[in-house]
Design a protein around this ligand. Structure first.
Ligand code: GLC
Length: 734
């Protein structure tokens, strides 16, 4: 539709029709089965006579279903404005990939982009127009359940991934293979106090801009079409009503002129937040702040009309929001084809096709992180293997946001191992959790976490097959509902009952390989002390069993590295590599042993640091050489290092470049990742890796809030992970 036609359409709408475009419900308001109840599903009190005006729905899936819905909707729609179909496609649509925190460990933006392209194809042919992804919240606290949806604690990587995901989803806007993306949760949702879900966020503007905003900006610069407001406050004002962040920053400073949608019920929740005394005020604050669509509440539907007719808000505010929604529908071609890519035949042909599952298997093997290996892995196919534990043959490998997964298509760990090993036995042995009554109170229904049958007999069964084996694989971890939205934990260890199993197996004196399934970095000290090898598997998705078997049997050499720090214990949270030095850094301070920045009862260092991960190969680094040690605004320093594979196994090393600004007009992190290169090295070969250092890499938000570099001394590190001490020094001259 041409712009003038769009303008005429807007002109022609009644106020009720305009407001309807700003309302999002889920499919079951349209006699369809909403596949998943996300957010607080409750009776939302919308006037039944207005439901047919709704502008968009979420989380109803399937080409046939959505075409039927659109037809029925358009029949009743006087102005024939098609509905938008949005969904939570977080780590795959039907072919489920590893959770985003696992994808973040690939250190491979191109690979991550491929997952978005596949998800987009499957979603587009299934009738979806928009995904509520990528989630690019910066995370530093493993207690928060939604770290599993993020890509980790580093902005350099998060910006790369944000761009990759938006480009992967949106591509060339082809209706049959792309969908629009919605970056979330804008902004700062990943920093709740105490890691507690939906909790207050206390960030100064500098920290917000420096650490928390860049990845959203990267998604917007990559062209994402929607932004979702976050539940939290910024400086005391909930984002959904926060003009500073939604207008001054997002629209005026960044130039974002597309649709802003609230998170689920966030408009209505301005009342419990205590920023609105009643729902009419909530509607006023949200529309004035520039929140275009009210997701899953009746606040806009029930109150905007009165606000306009009583002169409390200007109809222009409504018109601006409706204009953005109509433009989005037009940009997606819905006025010409309201079904966009929905196509039952293509749905059959592409969804979960072998080609996509093959990519998913490769992604699994590139996102599981080898944390420990005392010469146990890889195993060979002739060894007798016992696989035990609640994840040994569990189909629930996809994480909390895999709303469309087909569990019967998931390759379990046992499935994967027995395809490659000649002697593999399996016994789950133990329940998943110490007590899952909490889940039942959440309405997750049947006990899916306790084993049927007699526990002692199950344990004995696991012990017996372990005794007959050459190596025992213990598949343990969190339940998928122990992370994700609403999944904050104050104890980030594996359920105690599973540690019991691990210790019982360890006592047998067999080599123990532990596979850890979790949506967050866990405190793994007890696991490590009872394992000879540990593979952090996250929630690996549909191809979990095959991808992990490829690593265990050595078909693939692990190359993933941690994109989020693993704490020594929950007491260290939040903990992250790019922290500030403080005036009394524990290692360097000369003040005294006692009076330094440290704990007296646990170590200061994490258990596994950012960027860490092992390979079956061994890599060594030479000292760094710099072609010059003085940098100016228009010159470049070339930093070189020689990486050698000193082992007999070819493998991929993730070479990491960190820089430290020794003194700035504000304090600076002790290290910041500024570059990554993955190099593949054959046995006993070396390669020189170079990084170009430029002035713009040194810019930050200075004392006067400008984004600039400052002259002075810088330290450069190149190594295997954020602990590297392989260092050189250079100076930036003004
Ligand atoms: C949820 C989540 C958000 C999701 C939305 C729709 O509450 O916070 O990430 O996209 O609701 O399901």
């Amino acid at each position: 539709m041409k712009q003038e036609q769009l303008d005429e359409l807007l002109e022609s709408l009644t106020l009720d029709e305009k407001i309807g475009q700003l309302v999002q419900l889920n499919g079951n308001f349209f006699d369809s089965n909403e596949k998943v109840a996300t957010g607080p599903v409750q009776k939302i009190g919308i006037d039944k006579d207005k439901i047919h005006l709704t502008g968009s729905i979420l989380n109803t899936l399937g080409a046939k279903e959505l075409k039927t819905l659109q037809n029925a909707y358009l029949e009743k729609s006087e102005k024939k404005i098609p509905m938008l179909f949005m969904a939570d496609i977080i780590n795959g649509f039907k072919t489920i990939f590893p959770i985003p925190l696992g994808l973040g460990c690939s250190f491979d933006a191109e690979l991550v982009k491929k997952t978005a392209q596949i998800a987009a194809k499957e979603a587009a042919v299934s009738g979806i127009h928009i995904t509520f992804s990528p989630m690019v919240d910066m995370v530093r606290d493993a207690r928060w359940g939604r770290v599993m949806e993020s890509y980790g604690e580093d902005n350099f990587l998060n910006c790369e991934y944000a761009k990759a995901m938006v480009e992967g989803y949106q591509g060339n806007n082809d209706p049959h293979s792309t969908i629009a993306s919605c970056v979330k949760h804008f902004a700062g949702y990943g920093a709740p106090l105490a890691g507690k879900e939906y909790n207050t966020v206390e960030l100064g503007e500098r920290s917000l801009r420096e650490a928390y905003l860049p990845a959203y900006k990267a998604a917007i610069d990559a062209g994402c079409h929607l932004v979702m407001t976050s539940f939290n406050t910024i400086d005391g004002i909930p984002v959904t009503a926060n003009k500073w962040i939604l207008k001054d920053v997002l629209r005026d400073e960044w130039g974002f002129d597309e649709v802003v949608i609230s998170d689920h019920s966030a408009v209505k929740e301005l009342v419990p937040h205590g920023i609105a005394a009643h729902y009419e005020e909530a509607a006023k604050l949200a529309i004035e702040a520039g929140c275009d669509i009210d997701m899953m509440t009746a606040t806009y539907s029930n109150h905007l009309k009165d606000l306009v007719e009583s002169g409390q808000i200007d109809i222009q505010l409504i018109n601006e929001s409706v204009k953005r929604v109509l433009k989005l529908k037009n940009d997606l071609g819905l006025f010409e084809n309201p079904y966009r890519g929905a196509n039952e035949l293509e749905e059959q042909q592409y969804v979960m096709c072998d080609e996509f599952r093959k990519v998913a298997r490769e992604v699994v093997s590139k996102t599981c992180v080898l944390l420990k290996n005392d010469s146990v892995l890889p195993i060979n196919q002739n060894q007798r293997v016992a696989v035990v534990g609640p994840y040994a043959s569990n189909k629930n490998l996809s994480g909390m946001w895999s709303i469309n997964v087909d569990p019967d298509k998931v390759v379990t760990i046992y499935d994967g191992l027995k395809k490659q090993g000649k002697h593999v036995k399996c016994a789950e042995g133990y329940p998943m959790m110490d007590d899952d009554s909490l889940f039942e109170s959440f309405g997750y229904g049947k006990k899916e976490t306790n084993l049927t049958g007699n526990k002692d007999e199950k344990i004995q069964e696991a012990i017996d097959i372990a005794k007959e084996s050459d190596v025992v694989i213990v598949a343990i971890g969190e339940h998928s509902h122990q992370s994700g939205e609403g999944g904050a934990r104050g104890d980030i260890t594996i359920p105690k009952v599973q540690l019991e199993l691990l210790k019982a197996i360890k006592k047998l004196g067999k080599p123990v390989v532990t596979l850890v399934f979790s949506g967050r970095p866990l405190a793994l000290k007890d696991v490590a002390e009872n394992s000879d090898a540990i593979l952090q598997c996250w929630f690996p998705g549909t191809e979990g069993g095959d991808g992990i078997a490829d690593l265990v049997y050595g078909k693939v050499n692990p190359s993933a590295r941690l994109s989020m720090t693993f704490p020594y214990s929950v007491g260290q949270c939040p903990i992250y590599y790019n922290h500030m030095s403080t005036g009394r850094p524990a290692l360097e301070s000369t003040h005294s042993k006692r009076f330094t920045s440290r704990y007296i009862d646990i170590p200061n260092d994490p258990y596994y640091c950012f960027g860490y991960g092992l390979s079956y190969s061994e890599f060594e680094y030479s000292d760094i050489t710099l072609d010059k040690t003085t940098l100016t605004n228009d010159s470049t320093i070339t930093a070189s290092v020689t990486v050698s594979n000193t082992s007999d196994i070819s493998g991929e090393e993730v070479v990491q470049l960190y820089i430290r600004d020794i003194a700035g007009s504000v304090v600076r992190p002790v290290k910041e990742l500024k570059g990554v290169q993955k190099v593949y090295l054959a046995p006993h070969t070396s390669q020189t890796v170079t990084f170009e250092i430029k002035e713009e890499m040194l810019r930050f938000i200075t004392k006067d809030m400008s984004f600039a570099s400052e002259p002075g001394e810088f330290h450069i590190f190149i190594g295997h992970d954020s602990n590297t001490q392989n260092k050189q020094i250079f100076t930036l001259e003004s």
